[in-house]
Design a protein. Structure first.
Length: 260
């Protein structure tokens, strides 16, 4: 028996990176996985590989999210697990989301629509089904970028802080219905997109973590699996850092230590 045997799992942004690793992991552990993505062609490749199904959706479009939830419930009768993973990521976003002064209103609104409003809407549409079926597990994607400040990525980081807050509200309002809602805050994770955009990033990221290596998509997928499974039955409203100790360590101090 797999750790999520027979569950119906919806993974948004499942066509690439962390979402793809999650889709693979949940399928390996017995879930029926729906891979939802704006890039349907790539979602189909993942779905075919894991024996799941691919559905198109756009996280910035409320009707599209409502239709996605309806399609999953229509086909499977319920939704047990949702990994709200899709977000505004990639070179376009990274290089135009700067300081508070530099960040455009357009970028701010786009980041909130993609990263926060989408999760609010997904919960809004899916919760009634989960409640009706006695519960479920929602796993939202935050980031260590939402747990601290930095010189840039103001919009992105603020959306991820909002995801942490929204996660607690869902848990507080629907815990008694059997719904658990938790978030994951990854550090730098070595996705293909990140490697293509900033080839030297893994080397730089290694300096900032306590672990002897940088994070891989599977590291996040394993935490999603734990939060989706009954092993986390008493965990609710929490945000887990999966960052190789990046937030627990101060690189400057470590440098001084090694200079001794
Ligand atoms: N990679 C990291 O270092 C890192 C660190 C912290 C948090 N995260 C978070 O992890 C999640 C996944 O990131 P990733 O690095 O795997 O990214 P990725 O670019 O590899 O994958 C993102 C997926 O989301 C899809 N997507 C993007 N916009 C969409 C939209 N509007 N509607 C539907 N699908 C859309 C893309 O097509 C893609 O398949 C994001 O929430 C991101 O903020 C990533």
């Amino acid at each position: 028996m797999g750790r999520v045997e027979g569950r119906i799992a919806l993974v948004t942004g499942g066509a690439a990176g962390i979402g793809r690793a999650t889709a693979r992991t949940l399928a390996r552990e017995g879930a029926s996985v729906v891979v939802a993505d704006i890039d349907l062609d790539r979602a189909k490749v993942v779905a075919e590989e894991i024996g799941g199904e691919a559905l198109h959706f756009d996280a910035t479009d409320a009707e599209s999210i409502e239709a996605l939830v309806a399609a999953v419930v229509d086909r499977h009768g319920r939704i047990d697990v949702i990994h709200n993973n899709a977000a505004l990521v990639g070179p376009d976003a990274w290089f135009t989301d700067g300081s508070v002064i530099d960040t455009s209103l357009e970028m701010w609104d786009r980041a909130f629509a993609t990263n926060v409003r989408s999760i609010f809407l997904m919960c809004k549409f899916a919760l009634p089904h989960m409640v009706r079926n006695g519960g479920g597990s929602i796993i939202n994607m935050a980031s260590v970028g939402g747990l601290r400040g930095s010189p840039a990525l103001t919009a992105y980081g603020t959306t991820k802080a909002a995801v942490v807050g929204l996660t607690r509200f869902v848990a507080a309002q629907h815990g008694k219905d059997g719904v658990r809602c938790n978030a994951i805050a990854p550090g730098v994770i070595r996705t293909q997109q990140l490697l293509d955009a900033v080839p030297e990033l893994p080397v730089r990221a290694l300096e900032g973590v306590a672990s002897p290596r940088v994070g891989e998509p599977e590291d996040i997928a394993n935490m999603v699996l734990f939060l989706a499974s009954d092993e986390s039955a008493f965990v609710n409203g929490e945000t887990y850092r999966v960052d190789g100790g990046a937030m627990a360590t101060a690189p400057a101090n470590r440098t001084l230590e090694t200079q001794k």
